[in-house]
Design a protein around this ligand. Structure first.
Ligand SMILES: Nc1ncnc2c1ncn2[C@@H]1O[C@H](COP(=O)(O)OP(=O)(O)OP(=O)(O)O)[C@@H](O)[C@H]1O
Length: 253
């Protein structure tokens, strides 16, 4: 579980996050949604230690990250798997080398142990036998699955996914969402996903946090987001005429 308590963050006097309090539960897919510029990425980066908030606490299973020594922070970072927008694979490395990269960086495993783990992770994302390909030889969906294999290589307790479906077609997005959901449940991870994708909200949003103008505006589960009366959520979720029609039809029933 990750808890965010009273987090405020500014850049050069410009306040971006206002007293955010949120709980991201273990074994669940926790989504952060909100309009562009609302502060989602700043919040996620504050949680993983890429930004330092002025005030507040970030608790990883009760351990306050902001009070930790450098060594303690490094230990927590090893427990975090990251899935970046655009996959962020190393082009000059093969699939297998990409997946083994965090193991080489952070563990003392032997080559055989690293290869075994890479093979296990590649099998988990249905990429068995693709070890020697380079990222440029793989489709966008495959690249995302390689990035997921790399993110879980260290058996993380926490998984962060930044816009996992960006650049993917709807069908491939569903596959990636399904994989994120499955591995979250299978490995009992605390997963946080930043997304704009309403389909993801409906499919995998066990918990949904809606950020509006740097403030926590609403939180709930995927079902309650469809029936909420919160006007900012309605504006966000039902931005298109098609979605507006669906809501009107739901209300007539
Ligand atoms: N390093 C930074 N220095 C100064 N301002 C920043 C920095 N990072 C983000 N901001 C500002 O913080 C605000 C929120 O940005 P953020 O990237 O969190 O938005 P977002 O909700 O993730 O948007 P999007 O969905 O478009 O990615 C924006 O006004 C942005 O300009």
């Amino acid at each position: 579980m990750i808890e965010v308590r009273n987090v405020n963050k500014s850049f050069g006097g410009n306040q971006i996050l206002f007293d955010i309090n949120a709980t991201f539960e273990q074994g669940k897919v926790n989504l952060i949604i909100g309009q562009s510029g609302s502060g989602k990425s700043v919040l996620a980066k504050s949680i993983v230690g890429l930004h330092v908030p002025e005030t507040g606490e970030i608790l990883f299973d009760g351990r306050n990250f902001l009070n930790m020594t450098r060594v303690e922070k490094t230990e927590v970072r090893k427990e975090i798997g990251m899935l970046f927008q655009g996959s962020a694979l190393f082009d000059s490395m093969t699939v297998e080398e990409n997946v083994m990269f965090p193991l080489k960086m952070f563990t003392n495993k032997t080559s055989k142990e690293m290869l075994d783990r890479a093979n296990f992770c590649l099998e988990r994302v249905n990429l068995t036998g693709k070890n020697k390909l380079y990222p440029a030889e793989c489709s966008g969906g495959m690249q995302k699955r390689i990035a997921i294999a790399r993110a879980i290589a260290m058996q993380p307790k926490y998984l962060f996914c930044d816009e996992p479906n960006s650049g993917l077609d709807p069908k491939t997005s569903i596959v990636i969402d399904g994989l994120i959901k499955e591995i979250t449940y299978e490995y009992n991870m605390t997963t946080i996903v930043i997304t704009h994708d309403m389909n993801s909200v409906i499919e995998i949003g066990d918990r949904v946090l809606f950020i509006h103008q740097g403030k926590k505006w609403w939180e709930g589960d995927r079902k309650s987001i469809l029936t909420t009366d919160n006007q900012e959520i309605i504006d966000f979720v039902y931005a298109s005429n098609f979605m507006k029609e669906i809501r009107e039809n739901m209300q007539k029933k």
